[in-house]
Write a protein that binds this ligand. Sequence first.
Ligand code: SAH
Length: 395
Amino acid sequence: MPSVKLKKGRDKSFNRKHPWIFSGAIDSVKDININGETVDIISGDGKFLGYGSYSLHSQISVRVLSFNPDDKIDREFFKQKIENADQLRNQIINDNLTNAYRVINAEGDSLPGLVVDRYADLLVCQFLSAGAEFWKKEIVEILSNLFNPSGIFERSDVEVREKEGLQQSKGILSGKTPDEHIEIIENGIKFFVDIDLGHKTGFYLDQRDNRKLLESFSSGSEILNCFSFSGGFSVYALKAGASKVVNVDSSAEALSLAEKNLSLNGIDSSKYENVQEDVFKYLRKLRDTNKQFDVIILDPPKFAESVSQIEKAGRGYKDINLLALKLLKKNGTLFTFSCSGHIVPDLFNKIIADAATDAGREVHILKYLTQSPDHTMLTSFPEGLYLKGLVCKVS
Ligand code: SAH
């Protein structure tokens, strides 16, 4: 059996049930031939600890599959884990109102490197680690049997695959090739999802609950939706009675899909405006006019991809938040987010506090926000919390 032996005293993180073992903690490896294959994990003093998937290339050498030496890592093991994940979703997702959600959230569901999203009757998967890739055939079969989807589509066209020694990969794995646009419902609202358009697996499912919350700030409001992508926040706001929404995104495809989503929900084109522009520049343009808004949403892409980018990302977040705070009417509301895992909640709060000081505005925090609960987090894996948000009232 292939195995890894940890250095003496380097089993602390394993004992706290953290699912990653870094290369620096490994003393020696035995009989490992295939990238991603399953290995026994042995402590520095020879104790059999559990099982993991070994990546020949990543700094994260082992992703732990089981902390229990009595387990057997086979098809049944994965079936059980996938069923557990599904049961949890049955508790937290109302199927009548929402048919698009994250079915499997990788480490958060004790299935390292595996992401599966459901869009109506289609499943979209990402195999992000060598271990997930190693078990791909079995995983696709289990998903087919359990969910009976019309198709299983792969969106493993992401750079992290290369760190694992895997090529990027995209296409149909099982069933029929999906239509260009899949229609889903989320909290009873209809959306088209383009599973080909880049951005995760097609839709920002993690913002579901936060989009819902925006409804209560929408009635009669003029709203600026920055980084609007396919119009998620905008459709909720206009359905809830917003008087006008301005969508800002640098991508023409995203804005065109936003337009389709607004019209799918019967929203009159006089109620919104689409601006294809860099948000940093557009906010400056608005600053030089007298235009002000009741609500501003800032949901930018990940500014910090690595620890080395934290400082620069912090400046980016502060810049857009400072500009947005100045553009809010008295008693206006800011929905502001960061999806960079490297920007921890305390740091994000501090950035917003600094922006408030520099903008000369008094800012009340009404609510702390995070990812929707289908984007599961484990107490033993703090890295799983990546989406942070604040709802702020600005006086
Ligand atoms: N709020 C959206 C998700 C936003 S994703 C939702 O709920 O669905 C981030 C978006 O920002 C993408 O659509 C991307 O095209 C856009 N984007 C990235 N950098 C940008 C920039 N500098 N200016 C404007 N848009 C940008």
